[in-house]
Design a protein. Structure first.
Length: 216
């Protein structure tokens, strides 16, 4: 999937209107809106809709975006800390060169989402449905996908550290391009994933533990 690297590459870029800087509000309709810069701390934007919009250079701290819908949204150079997108829906979303920490996204639905060059610490995707998603050249620390359904997910150039996969379902998950692969829990749930020979050797202790194999 080709990902726009600048606003002028977006088909809806010419129609974007600058956000007025007011706090994001519950049930808000943000269509063709460009949120550029600024810091939003606290507050709720539950069930808000972001359609053909863009976020650039925005900091969100402890903002509630539960059940919010992101459709054709482009995000670049953002910083999200403690943001809650629980039960949300992301469709055709790109996030570039951003930093995320402590994001709660359990029970969410992500489809055709691309993360590029992002640093992501402690992402909770428990019970989420994740399909056609790519993490490209990212730092992915403390990924929790317990009970999630992962379909056609790839990690080219990404370092995956301390991932938790207990009870996850993997379908066409391609891990071969990951430059690091560390599974802390639930290695047995990698059934259906594709790894290369080097990764298989690295995963051997976790797979043995998951299968109850004692190595002496």
């Amino acid at each position: 999937m080709t990902v726009a690297q600048s606003l002028d590459q977006l088909s809806y870029g010419p129609y974007l209107q600058r956000h007025d800087g007011e706090p994001l509000r519950p049930d808000g309709n943000y269509t063709e809106v460009h949120v550029d810069g600024g810091e939003y701390e606290g507050g709720e934007a539950t069930s808000a809709k972001f359609i053909e919009s863009a976020f650039t250079g925005v900091t969100l701290v402890d903002v509630g975006l539960e059940r919010a819908r992101f459709s054709e949204v482009w995000l670049s150079r953002n910083r999200w800390v403690g943001v809650r997108i629980v039960g949300g829906e992301w469709l055709d979303v790109s996030m570039l060169d951003s930093s995320l920490a402590g994001v709660q996204a359990y029970g969410s639905r992500l489809r055709r989402v691309n993360f590029q060059r992002c640093k992501i610490d402690t992402l909770n995707l428990r019970g989420a449905t994740v399909a056609d998603v790519a993490f490209e050249d990212c730092e992915l620390n403390e990924l929790d996908c317990a009970g999630a359904t992962l379909t056609n997910v790839s990690f080219p150039g990404t370092a995956i550290r301390n991932a938790r996969l207990s009870g996850a379902t993997c379908k066409k998950v391609d891990l071969r391009g990951a430059r690091e692969l560390d599974v802390a829990d639930g290695a047995g749930s990698l059934r259906g994933a594709v790894v290369d020979g080097r990764q298989l050797i690295e995963l051997a202790p976790a797979l043995a533990a998951a299968l109850g194999i004692i190595v002496k």
